[in-house]
Design a protein around this ligand. Structure first.
Ligand SMILES: Nc1ncnc2c1ncn2[C@@H]1O[C@H](COP(=O)(O)OP(=O)(O)OP(=O)(O)O)[C@@H](O)[C@H]1O
Ligand SMILES: [Mg+2]
Length: 255
């Protein structure tokens, strides 16, 4: 069975792409076959790995689900030059697909329908990097997912942003018969020396318990990764950031 995991938060710059790329690579290092898909028109998932952004996700979203279309889209999957780790890139055309989907009034299930072709024994996981937005395509991407991870900067843990994402997910479950669910809020840019971060984390843990994942600290080595086209497992294998993302991989593998 293939598990679809979305990394989502309507806020920008919270660590979505970092988490998507790192989690995808981490899962492959544990022997899983993973396809990373970039649903963000910024095309950053490809850039983080020094691979070319492309209109692959545009094709995925706008083409029919037939056999010839599937063969065409499969031709757009690129190898990351790492074992069992593939990428379906996005680029700014993904935004055009979004407009088309909305104007055609595609159902909430549309993104899932486009992904079902990859839900075969070929892949254990599909990891979806997503745009900093809500509504439109984003709801369909959430709906397509079995698990959703919401990276949230430590200073924003107490803010409305977290509540908004959680409410969107609740609504999808209650009104749209979404079968998936929140896997967890992932605190990012955490600094234990900042009292506000510790207080925010404690407050959220007492409200949401296990839905608050162990935090990822702010780490210069993580910010350096895109410049090298490497993931943290390659760039700084002995770092705390590697340990922290490995722990996230463990938790996902246990799900
Ligand atoms: N834990 C961290 N510590 C330090 N820097 C980080 C950390 N996580 C991510 N970064 C850096 O912060 C910036 C934003 O991260 P990232 O691109 O992953 O966020 P995003 O949520 O995908 O942004 P967008 O909403 O624009 O897609 C990047 O430069 C990234 O390298
Ligand atoms: Mg991003």
């Amino acid at each position: 069975m293939t598990t679809v995991i979305a990394i989502a938060n309507q806020k920008g710059g919270v660590g979505k792409t970092t988490t998507a790329v790192t989690l995808a690579h981490g899962l492959t290092l544990r022997g899983k076959r993973v396809l990373l898909l970039d649903f963000d028109p910024q095309g950053q998932a490809a850039r983080a790995l020094h691979l070319p952004p492309s209109s692959a996700v545009y094709s995925l979203l706008t083409m029919d689900t037939g056999a010839s279309e599937t063969a065409y889209i499969q031709g757009k999957i690129i190898s990351t030059q790492r074992d069992n780790f593939w990428l379906l890139p996005g680029n700014k055309q993904t935004a055009d697909a979004q407009a088309m989907i909305n104007s055609q009034g595609k159902p909430i299930s549309w993104v899932r329908e486009t992904l079902d072709r990859f839900c075969t024994s070929q892949y254990h996981y599909l990891v979806l990097d997503t745009a900093p937005s809500l509504g439109g395509i984003q709801e369909r991407v959430l709906w397509a997912s079995d698990l959703v991870i919401v990276p949230t900067p430590a200073e924003a843990l107490g803010s409305d942003g977290v509540r908004q994402v959680l409410e969107t997910m609740k609504r999808l479950a209650s009104e749209k018969e979404w079968k998936g669910g929140l896997f967890g809020v992932l605190p990012t840019f955490f600094m234990e020396t900042v009292k506000e971060h510790r207080l925010n984390l404690d407050a959220l843990r007492s409200a949401l318990g296990d839905l608050i994942l162990p935090p990822i600290h702010r780490a210069a080595v993580l910010a350096e990764c895109p410049a090298f086209g490497q993931t943290i497992f390659e760039h700084a294998p002995d770092s705390r950031a590697t340990q922290e993302y490995s722990r996230l991989v463990d938790i996902v593998l246990k799900a």
